[in-house]
Every structure is written in structure tokens, then in C-alpha cells.
Write a new protein. Sequence first.
Length: 379
Amino acid sequence: MRILAIIIVFVVAILLVPGYAPCEEDSDPKIVSGKVSVAGKYDSNVDLISEEVHNDPNIDDKIEEAWITEVAALISFTSPWTSPWHLGFELYGLADMYVQTFDDSWGIGRANAYLGYRFGANSISLTNEAKYFTEPDDTDFDNLRNSASLVYTRIFSSLWQARTGYENIANYYPESQFFNYYVNGGFVEIRNSWLPALATYYSYGFQYYQGSYNSSTQDPLSSPEAGYRHTGEIGFESFFAEKNSLIGSYTYQLDDSSGQSVEQIGDFRDDNENLEVDAEFNFAKHKGTLLYSHRFNDRFTLSLYEEVIHKTFFERNKAQLFMGKERTDQLFLSSVWFKARMFSELYAKTRYLYRMNQSSSDYDDFQDHVFLLGFEYRY
């Protein structure tokens, strides 16, 4: 099933390039737009194995490098009519195909839909995202995630605006349904536009989830019976000296779950762009991010990204993992990438990424280097 899903993602990524002429620079905004890319990638520690595990003669896991071919495509549609109503669709596909061991390949397919209505300066919108991820090496964690949200935006003045919304998230694991869990919650966000080139925001979210843990069987291999999560975030967006942008954020999360279930399902997701895990429970987390971008001219752009996470998984069952000790992780990611427009809408891109974790669990320590070189066509 996983290999079939990867092939589908690969085919979709190839076929998502529309057969129409691109708009001229002075024409109206595009109704349909997107991009397609192909790249070669090297990963020095593809399974994120720790040195301690690698050097343990009783454990078969070894640090392995990998050469990867990556294909990705994005296509977006935006409603063209002049109306208070706004409609949008987006399809995205990405496949990482391993040159030497194709069974390790993985893919992502994502579909987004947006429906919004504007009345005066305010608006209300309904969004839905369906996303399928194939887990490398292990079909147990193949995941379908559907997220829907209803959001109301209120503009008080040029300085103050607010957003509030309701969220519903369903997580399905086709090969391992005992991991399934469902989330309901809401959030509120305040944004200040101090200057045309400087804005800050502050948000708080609360989520309640229910999982598959059965207290009568005390099965540790399942999602939690129930739990709740608080998320607070502050951030800023700054644009200066015409060609520079700086975006930063700090997030604190507190998650409390019931039942002696798993602490984490699967591993890091997406295109190695962050250190987030889609499904983890019973923890406290601090996260800081900083993104800087410099546009030299209309041809060359340099970007830098830094991410730091400190999280603690709370002790729940002394008979289980980590011998009754709280697990702490200190994760760091640093990434630099450079894009150059070769001609028309064809770009060359290169990227280096370093990520690491210092964990109280020897098995979760790792260091990893990723290099990428490829081409991207925008339409």
C-alpha cells in the first residue's frame, strides 16, 4: 500500500503542470498558479540513529546514508470573480525516492480547500486540509490527517485586528487503527500592525482529543484515551531595507493525556523543514524559530532558518520506557538555502540542513546533515 501511494504521489507531481501559457507581467493576477521541482538529495543519517545505538553490539540499527531523488509539485486555484465570496483550492504532492533502497521511499499528498466571505473589513472563512503521509520503512505509521476550521476575522483599526476559530482534526492510521485519535478545539489571536513593515501577534489555543486506549486491556501500543493541549504563541514579522525580511516566534505547549499509551506516533514529517512530530502526547514544550531572507535582486535570494525546541515528556508508568525517568529532548535545526532565477520562471536551488537532538533517552540522540540541489519551475 505504501509503495502504491508513493507512485501515485509521484505521478500526480508530474502531471500537475497545466498546459497553458503563463500570464504576462502586466496582466491580471493568475487564476491558476503553482510550481514543479526536481532535486537530488543526500542525507547522512536517514533513520536518525544515535551513536549510542549504533555502537551497541546488541542492536542491529546502523547509521545509514542515502541518495534521494525528490519530485514535488503544487497547483493553486483562486476564484477570479469580484464578489464578497472567495474560493480557493490547492493540491500538493511530494515524493522522496531512494536510489539504492526504494522500499525506504516516502511521499506526501495534500489537498486544501478555502471558502471565505467578506463583509466590510471583516471576514469569515471555512478551510479544510486532507493530507496523506507514507512513513518511510514502516507502514504502521502511514497517516491520513483531515483538518477543518471555521475562522472569524475582525478588523478593529489599522493597528488592531483579531481572529478566532474552531478546529476539528481527525487522524487515521490505515495499517494500525489503534493509533487513531480525534481532536476538537479553538483559538484566539490578536495582531498589531505597528508599521506597514512591522507586525506582531499573540495567540492562545486549546484542544481536547480522544484516542483508542482501552483501560481494561491496558494496551501500551495505542493513542491516549483522552487528553487536552494548551498552546500559547507570540511572534513578529518585519520587512526592512527593501530587500530583507525577518520572522520570529516563540511557542509554549502543555499536553496532558490519560492512559498508559504511546508518547509519540511516527517520526518527523514533511520535507525535513522542521523538528515537529505530528502526534506526540503528555509533554511540555518550548519552541523558538527565526527566519531571515535577503533578496539581492530579482534573480537571487538567500534564506536562513533556525529552530530550537526543548521538551519534556512527563513520567506516567515506571514499568514502561526510560525506567521511570522523565524524557527530555533538546532539538536544534539550522538551514540555509539559495535560489537563483536562471531564465523566465526556471530557478536553480541549493540547500544545506543540519539537525540534532540531545535526549535523556540514548535511543533518541541523533545528528544529521542534508544537502539538496535541484531545479524549480513556477507557472
